[in-house]
Design a binder for this molecule. Structure first.
Ligand SMILES: Nc1nc2c(ncn2[C@@H]2O[C@H](COP(=O)(O)OP(=O)(O)OP(=O)(O)O)[C@@H](O)[C@H]2O)c(=O)[nH]1
Length: 697
């Protein structure tokens, strides 16, 4: 297909994510973007609960973004596909999956709070995916907002080379607009949606010197990072606007520097310049490297060019049960095109699938299309067994792209419906929610007869339980949250697993010898076949390895999954008649249990990285409370009139924390936390946990 036949030239497409810490203003910024790009005709406000992006009832009630809705809009003659990602770490899966499919990111910061811990996490995630970024220092109208402090924090905490391309005129109450350092123009506000230009004002005389210095600094930094700009700079010639933009684009795409803008989304200042920056500096799909996957026929690595003419390959990155249209699967098309109604191959599940309808999503409105092209982000209907992370491709050119990695849940609760009659409805609703959210797991505990749900934090589960009520009309009672402990070993050990039964006719015989040792590098349980001289046939070793893995998954001494263990099966014996795979599976499991018992087993507990922002007067009480929760205070920093406390706290001690700090601070302190790492549980607490695990059995 040539470029003219396309809906839009590929170089005029931007797939971006707006990513940031909770409350930095992502939703408000996205709303303004949608307004200026003409997709919404009324400005929505988060606080009134009428924004377009936060369309789920839950989000409206809580004023937070839970799912990342993909939405398409047009700016100048570019198409921008935006994925709104939530800032709450409990919903980290959303950020992870978005980063995987996006080409560029807009990182929004609160002008007062600056770089917060969660932004550091997201920044690191974005580094991992090599996503080029620009920054937007929002909320410059808030008292205490400080553009320079934010720049310094970007440098110190994110270790990023920032290049300020706009300057604020004043801040807080006197925030009067934004100066564009590239075009050397000042704007008081964005104006309405009928023009792409903001409302221009003369550069205030009092700002002239500062503007000159900042522009000089911008060009100098750019010259340091970009050879072409350096040449022009050394020539002594004045750089043109186009030269500066092209230089900034190269530096951003090369992840060498980060253009930084500022404004106030709420007051509609600086958002149109931000849109210009998105199209000027962030990559089009053509700027990203070709996607790499495995040819499932040959197992060879293959790369697919970013072209409509290449075979179709796409990644499913989100599943939503839409109450009106059904199961929507969001796809990022990496190469080729696909028609509505086409038969495709799901290589992750080795299954044929049929794409029904294709939709471009505009927040909560949808537009039907007949063909999805390379580089697009679209939603499809009709896919029955495609899940988040799956690859869809042309059946004649099968390719498997890397799956999206999600963290394992760290907290679980039991759940039962309020009325017996609702049991089936509840299970169905939970399955639908788990289908949408890869960090939410539903299991049934045979021993207790309870349904267990597990997720990334108390809030995560709380939101899912309320969604079950609002969207699926099932009311449920939940138990106390329980920590997802892990088992591991701290010393090497060796043991035999011997399973022998002799009862009448054919008996059972399985025997393996194993060595186990801790592996702090990984959370996996790795089993290797070290059998020499065929003392045990391969298929029996494989069965024993399966037995070891199964035993490790359900735990060997306290019923929690085992992590970080290396197992080597180095010897054993078999019997010509009595040996079979089942017997070796059991022997493997017995060997692991015996070896683990000798290897100083310990329980690990999840530790959360917590951040509390509080007025100074409550600091003492909050720290006292954190200490009583086995918390470890990492740092205390003044931030304007508030104080930021960083701490590590065991997850088990954080249940109900939001209510506690609300009490201590009369509602003025806020906290956020995210999973940090697993750490050995103190012996006295481990004893209690093991005793209660024994009782539950
Ligand atoms: N003063 C001021 N307030 C703002 C600005 N932008 C957003 N806010 C307010 O900040 C709060 C959080 O804004 P959101 O847009 O919901 O932030 P978010 O980052 O999307 O938050 P989550 O969706 O919960 O992750 C709301 O009360 C907004 O009205 C701004 O430019 N200035």
């Amino acid at each position: 297909m040539n470029q003219q036949d396309r809906n839009l030239e590929l170089n005029k497409t931007r797939n971006i994510g707006i990513i940031a810490h909770i409350d930095a203003g992502k939703t408000t910024t996205t709303e303004r973007v949608l307004y200026f790009t003409g997709r919404t005709y009324k400005i929505g406000n988060v606080d009134d609960g009428n924004t377009v992006m936060d369309w789920m009832q839950q989000e409206r009630e809580r004023g937070i973004t839970i799912t990342s809705a993909a939405t398409a809009c047009h700016w100048r003659d570019y198409r921008i596909n935006i994925i709104d990602t939530p800032g709450h770490v409990d919903f980290t899966a959303e950020v992870e999956r978005s980063l995987r499919v996006l080409d560029g990111g807009v990182v929004v910061f609160d002008g007062v709070a600056g770089v917060e811990a969660q932004s550091e996490t997201v920044w690191r995630q974005a580094n991992r995916y090599g996503v080029p970024r620009i920054c937007f220092i929002n909320k410059m109208d808030r008292t205490g907002a400080d553009f320079n402090r934010c720049l310094k924090m970007i440098e110190d905490r994110l270790k990023a080379r920032h290049i300020a391309v706009t300057l604020p005129i004043g801040s807080g109450d006197s925030f009067g607009g934004v100066i564009d350092l590239i075009k050397l123009k000042a704007y008081s506000a964005d104006g309405d949606q009928n023009t792409p230009e903001p409302i221009e004002i003369p550069i205030p005389t009092s700002e002239k010197e500062r503007v000159e210095a900042a522009r000089h600094q911008m060009i100098e930094k750019l010259a340091e990072l970009d050879d072409e700009v350096m040449c022009a700079y050394l020539d002594g010639s004045d750089l043109s606007t186009d030269q500066i933009i092209a230089g900034l684009r190269r530096v951003t795409l090369g992840n060498k520097g980060i253009p930084v803008l500022c404004g106030s989304s709420f007051r509609q200042k600086g958002v149109k310049l931000l849109l210009d920056a998105v199209v000027n500096f962030l990559p089009s799909p053509l700027d990203t490297p070709p996607v790499v996957g495995i040819d499932t026929r040959t197992q060879a690595e293959v790369s697919r060019p970013v072209s409509d003419d290449a075979p179709f390959a796409a990644l499913a990155f989100k599943v939503v049960s839409d109450p009106f249209v059904g199961r929507l699967v969001y796809l990022r098309v990496y190469s080729g095109t696909v028609d509505a109604g086409a038969g495709v191959m799901n290589t992750t599940r080795d299954q044929k699938e049929r794409i029904g309808r294709l939709l471009v999503m505009h927040a909560n409105a949808r537009e039907e299309i007949t063909k999805a092209e390379t580089g697009s982000i679209i939603a499809s209907l009709g896919l029955k067994s495609t899940f988040t992370g799956d690859t869809l491709c042309d059946p004649a050119h099968p390719v498997l792209l890397e799956n999206i990695k999600f963290p394992e849940p760290v907290v679980s609760i039991s759940i039962e419906p309020k009325t017996r009659a609702d049991q089936d409805k509840m299970v169905d609703a939970l399955q639908k929610l788990a289908d949408e959210d890869p960090t939410f797991k539903v299991t049934y505990n045979e021993e207790t007869g309870q349904n267990i749900i597990a997720g990334m934090g108390e809030l995560h589960l709380d939101v899912l339980v309320s969604r079950m009520f609002t969207e699926h009309k099932v009311a449920a009672k939940v138990g106390q949250p329980r920590v997802a402990y892990r088992e591991t070993i701290t010393a090497p050990a060796r043991a035999d697993g011997r399973f022998v039964r002799q009862s009448g006719g054919r008996g059972q015989y399985g025997h393996v010898k194993i060595d186990i040792e801790p592996n702090t590098e990984s959370t996996a349980v790795e089993v290797v076949d070290d059998i020499r001289g065929g003392t045990v046939p391969k298929n029996f070793v494989k069965a024993a390895a399966e037995g070891i893995k199964e035993a490790a998954a359900t735990g060997v001494f306290a019923g929690y999954p085992m992590v970080g263990v290396k197992v080597s099966i180095f010897d054993g014996s078999y019997h010509d008649v009595d040996s079979n795979e089942m017997a070796f599976k059991t022997a493997g499991s017995m060997a692991l249990k015996a070896a683990a018992a000798k290897a100083n087993p310990v329980l690990l507990e999840p530790i959360m990285k917590m951040e509390v922002m509080t007025p100074e007067e409550y600091m003492g009480d909050i720290i006292g409370d954190l200490n009583s929760r086995r918390g470890h205070i990492v740092s205390i920093e003044p931030r304007g009139e508030t104080t930021m406390i960083h701490a590590y706290v065991p997850l088990a001690e954080t249940f109900g924390y939001t209510t506690t700090i609300r009490g201590i601070s009369k509602g003025r302190a806020t906290s956020s936390m995210e999973f940090y790492k697993y750490q050995e549980l103190p012996a006295n607490i481990a004893k209690t946990v093991m005793e209660s695990a024994a009782v539950a059995k």
